[in-house]
Design a protein. Structure first.
Length: 255
């Protein structure tokens, strides 16, 4: 019988896995507060917590109708507890695969379909909206042909993760997706002379824009970190600023 358990400050659902032959647990990615604990128990009792391992182990060929990648995504989203932004990336990646290789049963995809996907991405036209200087109307213009290497890396990493799940759950026979590594390039800093021109322009155009750009330029932090600052993060007596949620240095960094 599945049950909700607490461990290291988080909630887990514990259940017996017929495929593995022993009890396993899966994180719910929720802090183990009393409110979350009660809510999770109610949802488990009502059948609102999906446990893929407890589903009937039916071969894909015996399932009624066509099960497509788009149709399986909602189940995968629940299984991974994905945020809305991440879900949209999966939807976009699946859209590219289904556009290039066709919409079909999940277990019908082959390595040749992966090659069709890459060919499709390499020929993809990237559009941007530009204002026509003569008419003043906004027009769609092709800015480049072919998805960038890093975009292809994101799509293939996303699809590889999805197919790993599909193979594990018996929906697909093999993972057809090869991950394209991201293209890592050294950032090009803005020349000091150019930065001075930018700051001088912003200072004359608007105080708020100048202040935030000047602050980012002199601290090197991300815009999201700057916008998260609170007055209590500024230590006036010691001339220090405490930055929260810093990727490189951990959760906090004193500047």
């Amino acid at each position: 019988m599945p049950s909700i358990q607490k461990h290291n400050g988080y909630l887990y659902v514990e259940f017996y896995s017929p495929s593995k032959g022993y009890s396993v647990h899966r994180t719910l990615k929720l802090k183990a507060t009393e409110t979350n604990y009660r809510d999770a128990k109610k949802k488990l009792k009502a059948g609102q917590i999906l446990i893929p391992e407890l589903m009937d182990d039916i071969p894909v060929k015996d399932l009624p109708g066509k099960i497509t990648l788009s149709q399986i995504l909602p189940q995968y989203f629940i299984y991974k507890n994905l945020a809305a932004g991440t879900r949209s990336i999966y939807q976009e990646a699946v859209k590219h695969l289904e556009t290039s290789a066709g919409i079909k049963n999940i277990n019908e995809y082959q390595k040749s379909d992966y090659l069709k996907l890459i060919n499709h991405l390499n020929k993809l036209k990237i559009y941007t909206n530009k204002t026509n200087p003569v008419t003043g109307l906004i027009e769609k213009k092709v800015t480049r042909s072919g998805a960038a290497v890093n975009s292809q890396s994101i799509y293939t990493r996303t699809l590889h993760s999805l197919f790993t799940y599909l193979v594990k759950e018996g929906y697909a026979k093999t993972n057809i997706i090869n991950v394209i590594p991201p293209q890592i390039s050294s950032p090009r800093p803005i020349a000091k002379t150019d930065m001075k021109l930018i700051l001088d322009h912003l200072r004359s155009a608007g105080r708020d824009q100048y202040n935030i750009i000047y602050f980012l330029y002199n601290t090197g932090i991300r815009i999201s970190t700057a916008l998260d600052l609170r007055w209590e993060d500024i230590q006036w007596q010691s001339n220090e600023i405490i930055f929260r949620n810093i990727k490189v240095h951990g959760k906090e960094y004193t500047f």
